[in-house]
Design a binder for this molecule. Structure first.
Ligand code: ADP
Length: 898
């Protein structure tokens, strides 16, 4: 009878691991491969494109099997994670050559998208957030606790969300790699759909659950206190009333540590990774009101750090990133999506950038930054026992570079932020010297092979090395004497891992073998021998080598432990380096692109002279880009020459309207992020939030109609914008009929201007809307200049006061390559329509009475009135006094409802 393939000892090992990690893809090390079986094999094959084979192929019950070579696990992991899977890695815990029977295997790591530590699987310039949420339904007095941990850098932060909108904002900003929920919530019906709705348009990452006990506030506080070695969490900004924050933080860190905890098993081998995340030492509490709020659609519409394909190309980040280090690039992205909302910290950043405009200082700082490694991620590897000698050498070199940065900064006249940076750039000079003294410049990646430590560091190690070297001389000598003894010109001693040292002779030579040689192995054409003297040598040489390697490992571990002792100081140094990297990058871009320092104040103004769009300018070329001014003021109402707070920009397609309104938003983002801005001059009264409603994106792909999305975004603006907000609207109402569109756009403009009073830029080609400016001093009409000559039209991209008179749609169609025949027909139709004056009729148009009389803004004929209708259709003569009395009441009720 055929044997059940599941019943082999090896498969039992596999199935046990699988049962212990439900939901994870289990990859088991077998020889040089990581293998998966059953459905996991199918998945591995599908996701990673490796061949699907089967074990026990010819039996009645073959087992699907697929594998990846062990050295390419790192390239396959990201694919599995991107497919939303967790991966459990089962390794061989003993050397198969030494194993008696079945090799012992055990779980060494559970890898999830949110707990990645190994650099290969990580995006170098983006944070990788594991986000824990206590719930997804904030209620009155019950805010959601949000904890975010980037295991790869040790950054750990908490914040709360009192409303669903605040939760959506936080999640959009973090763009989590994985979300952790209490088990019960994780298993609730429809949880994926509900979370996806909160996250949209950010894609839903993999979800994980953690048992309820880990979220209990009292336990959470106690556990965190012990884990972070503090008596209370107040020092991290988590106060007595912040149970939800403590719960989220504890769950987050626990989950991350437990996913690495399998690694403890591997620690049997002295150099294995450790489970604890020693580099996570503190929690940072974020407060929403300290930052300029940018929601997900705004971030996307403005292409801040990711474009619509989730890539970096064509974004503001890509256009201005002059950082020299990966932590600098990550911090820059963080600053762009989370600009500041208070003048003092913004000014502090501007001061730092201004100081670094100084060419020699900036050049020296940036040159030194060029030799700084990704210190944050290096520290994570050190703290989790994953660092090898080369990492420590990189650490040493980075610390030398940090000292060079410090010496590039002048001692006097530094702004506060740079003083703070300078104070952190010498975290461990002594340690740095030690690393360079002890380790060779370019040690091997493997820590067990030796070759890491310099000569002359440790007498014992030197002793073993001498022994080994002397042994080498002995061997050469031995070869010579034995060759002479048996009368051969040359004789070679070989070595392999199974037989150790041996002398090899050809069959023909073998006749001369002396009696004290012992035959060890017979090959096709050769014989291998050992001798007592050679055996003795082998013991000595191998022994010395082994002891030398063990000694080197001990020296390395000691050095690594000393690095760990200084972890916090080095972390602060790493953050300081990232900060000065960003400030110097801002200065660099300001210098090379001719940007100016913006003035940030408490006013409600937005005054930009010769502003430019940093991304479009790169595309069309600096000399061809037309700079434009902007002047809005939300407080100057009633002043003699009020600049207005709402600009209505009309003009043909392709004239540059979108570019203009986005450039204003980007300048505001840059200014509040602490950067200089692409303009000759800029003054910005603090903005609390930027709203955008621009163009039709790729929402259709998500199954929502464009118009629905447009209105949802508009609703968010109308409900949440404050007087301090900046609103950017592009073509609102385009997704519906012209009448609907104009009326909605009209009413939205009125609301923004009359009720909210925020600074607004509205680009539209509904010319009707320009009438709104007639009786509202806060609304200004702007248009884009067009040069017309004969039949030719040139868009000058210059924004000027006034309203557009023509659409030039046919002209744009011609530029786009619409066939000549269609164009001339379109011209005919247009001419007919113009003579007939089709479009909004006079009655339907918003009316302006003749002369200077106040404008009447009824867009349509008077709205239908149920009360009047009722009155008109009632025959009064037929009513009794009683009925007349009732009718009166009814009419009043109807009238009140209107
Ligand atoms: P609209 O919103 O009016 O349809 P866009 O803002 O999309 O027009 O601009 C269309 C194109 O015109 C841009 O892709 C760019 O190439 C060019 N453009 C826009 N603004 C400028 C400018 N200020 N200077 C030079 N070229 C510009």
């Amino acid at each position: 009878m055929a044997k059940d393939p599941r019943e082999t000892p090896m498969m039992r090992q596999y199935l046990e691991a699988k049962a212990a990690q439900p939901g994870a893809v289990v990859l088991m090390r077998m020889g040089d491969f990581y293998e998966a079986f059953f459905e996991d094999a199918q998945e591995l094959s599908r996701v990673c494109g490796v061949a699907l084979t089967s074990r026990n192929k010819d039996g009645p019950d073959p087992v699907p099997m697929a594998g990846v070579p062990h050295h390419s696990l790192k390239t396959h992991l990201p694919r599995l994670l991107a497919a939303g899977r967790r991966v459990a890695v089962v390794d061989q815990l003993e050397d198969p050559a030494q194993a008696k029977g079945l090799v012992r295997r055990g779980l060494t790591r559970v890898i999830t998208a949110g707990t990645l530590i190994d650099e290969d699987a990580l995006d170098g310039v983006a944070a990788n957030w594991l986000v824990a949420l206590t719930s997804i339904d904030p209620g009155p007095g019950q805010p959601v606790g949000i904890a975010a941990l980037d295991v790869s850098t040790g950054r750990f932060q908490v914040e709360d969300a009192a409303t669903t909108q605040a939760l959506a904002l936080a999640l959009a900003r973090l763009a989590p790699a994985e979300i952790l929920l209490p088990d019960q919530l994780r298993q609730a019906d429809g949880i994926r759909e509900r979370l996806a709705a909160v996250l949209a348009p950010v894609a839903l990452p993999p979800l994980a659950g953690l048992a309820a006990f880990a979220w209990k506030p009292a336990d959470a506080r106690r556990w965190l206190g012990e884990r972070l070695a503090v008596a209370a969490l107040d020092g991290f900004g988590i106060g007595r009333d912040d149970d939800h924050l403590a719960a989220a933080a504890a769950a987050c860190l626990r989950y991350a540590e437990s996913s690495l905890s399998g690694a403890a098993v591997a620690e049997a081998g002295a150099d294995g990774p450790r489970a604890g995340l020693g580099h996570v030492r503190r929690i940072i509490r974020l407060h929403a009101d300290e930052h300029l709020v940018l929601d997900a659609s705004c971030r996307r519409n403005l292409d801040l750090v990711r474009n619509r394909e989730n890539q970096r190309e064509g974004t503001l980040l890509a256009a201005i990133d002059r950082t020299r280090t990966a932590p600098g690039a990550r911090l820059l992205a963080d600053w762009l999506v989370r600009p500041l909302a208070r003048t003092a910290p913004i000014t502090a950043r501007h001061d730092a950038v201004e100081r670094l405009l100084d060419d020699p200082v900036r050049t020296a700082v940036r040159a030194a930054l060029g030799s700084v490694y990704d210190l944050e991620r290096l520290l994570a590897r050190i703290a989790t026992g994953r660092a090898h000698a080369r990492d420590l050498v990189h650490l040493g070199n980075s610390l030398v570079a940090a000292a060079t940065v410090a010496s590039a900064l002048p001692a006097d006249g530094l702004p506060a932020l740079l003083v703070e940076v300078a104070n952190r750039l010498h975290p461990a000079d002594d340690l740095c010297a030690e690393i360079r003294r002890i380790l060779v410049d370019d040690p091997p990646l493997a820590t067990g092979e030796g070759g890491m430590v310099r000569d002359g560091i440790d007498p014992e190690l030197d002793g073993f090395r001498t022994l080994k070297r002397d042994a080498g001389a002995w061997l050469a000598d031995y070869e010579k004497t034995e060759a002479a003894a048996i009368g051969l010109p040359r004789l070679k001693v070989g070595c392999n891992s199974v037989f150790g040292y041996y002398i090899e002779l050809t069959r023909a030579q073998a006749e001369r073998v002396p009696a004290h040689w012992v035959r060890k192995q017979t090959l096709v054409n050769a014989e291998r021998y050992i001798t007592p003297a050679l055996k003795e040598y082998e013991d000595r040489a191998l022994h010395a080598d082994e002891r030398a390697r063990a000694k080197e490992l001990a020296i390395f571990h000691d050095l690594r432990a000393r690095c760990e002792d200084r972890l916090v100081a080095i972390q602060l140094c790493a953050q300081a380096l990232a900060l000065i990297d960003v400030a110097a990058a801002f200065a660099e871009v300001a210098r090379s692109e001719g940007w100016c320092r913006p003035v940030i104040d408490e006013s409600a103004a937005l005054a930009i002279t010769a502003g430019r769009h940093p991304v479009v300018e790169r595309v069309v070329g600096r000399s061809r880009f037309v700079a434009n001014d902007t002047l809005l003021d939300a407080q100057a109402d009633g002043a003699a020459v009020a600049p207005g707070r709402l600009a209505m920009i009309t003009g043909p397609n392709m004239a540059g309207k979108s570019t203009y309104i986005r450039q204003v938003a980007l300048i505001a983002v840059l200014a509040q992020a602490g950067a200089f801005v692409p303009a000759a001059e800029a003054r910005i009264g603090l903005i609390d939030r930027i709203f955008t409603r621009v163009g039709a994106g790729d929402e259709l792909a998500r199954g929502q109609s464009t118009f629905m999305v447009e209105m949802a975004e508009t609703a968010a603006i109308l409900n949440h914008a404050s007087r301090r907000s900046l609103v950017i609207l592009d073509e609102v109402g385009r997704g519906t009929s012209t009448f609907d569109g104009v009326s909605l756009a009209w009413a939205i403009t009125e609301h923004l201007h009359d009720r909210i009073g925020c600074r607004t830029l509205f680009a539209t080609h509904y010319h009707e809307l320009t009438d709104l400016a007639a009786d509202r001093s806060g609304i200004r009409n702007l248009t884009v200049e067009v040069a017309e000559q004969d039949d030719d039209v040139a868009f000058l991209h210059r924004i000027v006061p006034g309203a557009a008179t023509k659409s030039y749609g046919i002209h744009v169609a011609r530029l786009a390559g619409v066939p000549r025949r269609v164009l001339s027909r379109a011209r005919e139709v247009l001419a007919t329509l113009e003579t007939l004056n089709v479009g909004l009729t006079e009655q339907e148009r918003p009316q302006t009475r003749a002369g200077n009389a106040p404008v009447q803004l009824t867009l349509f004929a008077p709205a239908p009135s149920p009360a009047l209708d009722r009155l008109k259709t009632t025959d009064l003569d037929q009513l009794s006094p009683r009925q007349a009395h009732d009718l009166l009441y009814e009419l009043q009720a109807l009238a009140r409802r209107e």
